[in-house]
Design a protein around this ligand. Sequence first.
Ligand code: HMG
Ligand code: MG
Length: 300
Amino acid sequence: MSMDAVRLVEVGARDGLQNEARCLPVDTRVALVERLADCGLRTIEAGAFVSPRWVPQMAGSDEVLRRVGQRPGVTYTALVPNLQGLDMALAAGCREVAVFAAASEAFSQKNINCSIAQSLARFEPVLAKALEQGVAVRGYVSCVLGCPFTGAVPVAQVVAVTQALYAMGCYEISLGDTIGTGTPEATHRLIEACAGSVPVTALAGHFHDTYGMAVANVQAAWQAGVRVFDSSVSGLGGCPYSPGATGNVATEELVYLFEGQGVATGVDLAKLIEVGVFIDSQLQRSGESRVAKALRARIR
Ligand code: HMG
Ligand code: MG
């Protein structure tokens, strides 16, 4: 990968679908993941091994992960909140998983029913077991630029959780603006602060577009040295424990942004537009992303 390449982590089949009122059947979720891989996306989060009582949309993730065809160079990953989730992911053949913590105590309680410290303690044996089996672990930090319950989140708190996940063995930490309240300058400051504690190459940006700032925040993080970004096809997404939050930044928008400034994404945008049309029709939604809508009109 050249210096001027970006890696997009497609999270639509997880972060996207987990927030849709309609639960899609496994067949459709497998088709979505396969079609995303056809577009050239190389890291695809395909499910979550969480309690189906908490997030019914992700029930059957074991079947989804088992059924997606293995392809050279493509990594399918899934969320695991604890050892029980990791064991299910390993049984389904996952070679990469993600643990998820928060920078806000209130959000941690609402999302995973424990404190930040308890969650980190819970992740220790998850990391140990995964790494022992050669399974890579990514870490998420939620609420890095604001909490839906308590508002402002101190940068130092984000840095502390990021550092803890990195020290535990997460190869990459995805900084989540869960509710999309961040702005470019705050994003830049946050990345600089985190990059003071972990290598900037170990950071990823995960921006929700609730306030229309996601693309601007991606650009700010890029300028601060981040080269990995999470996104969802057609801007699917949100978080069931984050009232009012809308989707992730649309993958179409990031492909348009980066290719437009000479940065290779490896993604076939015309194919991706078709995948967006497909999943929106399955969910009976029209799609939020202006870029995706404009490109649909132009490309189709
Ligand atoms: P709990 O109730 O505290 O768990 O939930 P527990 O250990 O007391 O177990 C209670 C029951 O859950 C038991 O079943 C367990 O077997 C079961 P019962 O005996 O009552 O029948 N259980 C599980 N089932 C399936 N898979 C598991 C699992 N673990 C226990 N792994 C728990 C704790 C973490 C399980 C729960 O709170 C949970 O599943 N939360 C999921 C929350 C979630 O998925 N949120 C969305 C993803 S995070 C996000 O979107 C943010 C992100 O995108 C970044 C950003 O935008 O900021 C990543
Ligand atoms: Mg998210």
